[in-house]
Ligand binder design. Structure first.
Ligand SMILES: Nc1ncnc2c1ncn2[C@@H]1O[C@H](COP(=O)(O)OP(=O)(O)OP(=O)(O)O)[C@@H](O)[C@H]1O
Ligand SMILES: [Mg+2]
Length: 397
């Protein structure tokens, strides 16, 4: 189904939340932290990151009219964030708030060749982002609202997540469907001490699509399973369908309509509610067929990238693919296909979004018979499983 023609100046989607400036020094080899030592490095790649830049710009590149809402400081990094957005398209910077008394969030990515990367992250102005920072005028006409990275936004998780709940409740009352993404929690930080189950219980009744990664989700809901995932050689060694269905059920019980769990190189697991009223309330906002979305369980393995350049922000691009699919009116199997297709485009460039093409190019590659990566996750009883022409599996719940 073709997306609706852009109404001038009216966004189809609003993406709000975390934004940062990412600084990637070019490194020839491993760097050890040794007090007193000087290490010569190469030039830095400086790019915008965070949920708003990654998911927002991936949606923009797919052709979805989008508005971005985030907060930066009145400093060098903040001016750079605004300049990079404005260079893509002037109006992308127009709803970004500049806060005079705060620092712009930044990340230093230490990513030597062949070694697992590590990040130094300053959440900066994201820490004080509040529900009121998303203004009613910004939401006017939008059909989808996406919010990302509450674990790096203190106001959003403080007091049991009251601001996050308030924001999502307000947005939903204004009309758009809502979507929420998480990010990894630093266990040694303040966010590591938060009762995330309580935050999710408050927020999820106002979330239509919840799209965390399996790691983030298990950290919040199942610490033993999280520890097993961290210790395991590959994801499929500790994650199977029973585990996914179990956590999805808990989230559906908290009130969300659709759970979409990102599984790294194992793709995407999608589960929708059995409650007809909950699905109807979600489907109505997007003009979706409620029968197609009721009680579905789908797994979409990854599409094989031409070359794996980098997985930074691949999850955010996958969410953009999913949200764009919902705006086109797709069913769960097609939406999971579209999400993983956009995710696979994303890993073909080092950054999150520069390899994401306009939607017709994604559709053309899909129509061409794009191979999938093998699925290692045990699915248990496969009876009744349907395979779509592109290889997405619809399981029998
Ligand atoms: N090797 C790969 N080949 C193709 N697609 C991939 C590959 N690895 C990841 N993806 C895609 O990217 C998504 C990334 O999922 P992941 O679980 O890493 O999310 P994430 O941790 O939220 O990522 P990030 O926060 O870095 O964006 C997968 O759902 C899949 O669509
Ligand atoms: Mg992510």
């Amino acid at each position: 189904m073709a997306s609706a023609p852009a109404r001038s100046g009216v966004p189809d989607a609003v993406v709000a939340g975390h934004i940062s400036l990412d600084i990637h020094p070019e490194l020839a080899g491993p760097v050890a932290y040794e007090p007193g030592r000087l290490t010569v490095v190469g030039p830095a790649l400086v790019s915008i990151g965070g949920s708003v830049a990654n998911t927002g710009l991936a949606l923009h590149r797919l052709g979805v009219p989008v508005r971005l809402v985030a907060k930066v400081g009145a400093d060098l990094f903040g001016r750079e964030v605004l300049a990079q957005l404005a260079a893509i398209e002037g109006r992308l910077a127009s709803a970004i708030i500049t806060s005079p008394d705060e620092a712009t969030s930044y990340t230093v990515a230490i990513s030597p060749p062949g070694v697992d990367r590590t990040f130094l992250h300053c959440p900066g102005a994201n820490q004080t982002f509040r529900a009121e920072d998303v203004r009613d005028e910004t939401l006017a006409g939008a059909r989808m609202f996406h919010f990302g990275y509450p674990p790096l936004m203190r106001e959003m998780y403080a007091q049991g997540g009251a601001q996050l709940r308030r924001l999502l409740e307000r947005v939903r009352a204004a009309g758009p469907a809502t979507s929420l993404d998480l990010c990894a929690v630093d266990p040694a930080s303040e966010a590591g001490t938060v009762d995330w189950q309580q935050v999710l219980c408050g927020a999820l009744p106002f979330v239509d699509v919840f799209a965390p990664s399996i790691e983030e989700l298990l950290f919040m809901l199942d610490r033993p399973a999280h520890a097993a995932l961290q210790a395991g050689p590959v994801l499929a060694a500790s994650v199977d369908r029973d585990l996914l269905a179990g956590v999805a059920d808990r989230l559906l019980d908290m009130g969300v309509a659709v759970v979409a769990v990102k599984l790294g190189d194992q793709g995407l697991y999608l589960r929708s509610a059995r409650d007809g009223d909950r699905i109807a309330a979600f489907a109505r906002r997007l003009g979706l067929d409620p029968a197609a979305w009721l009680d579905r369980e789908v797994i979409a393995p990854c599409f094989e990238p031409r070359a794996l350049a980098g997985t930074t922000g691949a999850g955010d691009a996958t969410i953009a693919g999913l949200l764009a699919a919902l705006l086109r009116g797709e069913d769960p199997a097609d939406a999971a296909t579209s999400a993983t297709a956009v995710g696979a485009f994303s890993v073909e460039a080092v950054d999150s979004t520069s390899a994401v093409p306009p939607w017709p190019d994604v559709a053309a590659r899909l129509a061409d018979g794009w191979p999938r990566l093998p699925l290692g996750i045990a699915l248990g009883d496969n009876e009744g499983t349907e395979r779509s022409p592109t290889g997405t599996l619809t399981l029998r719940p």
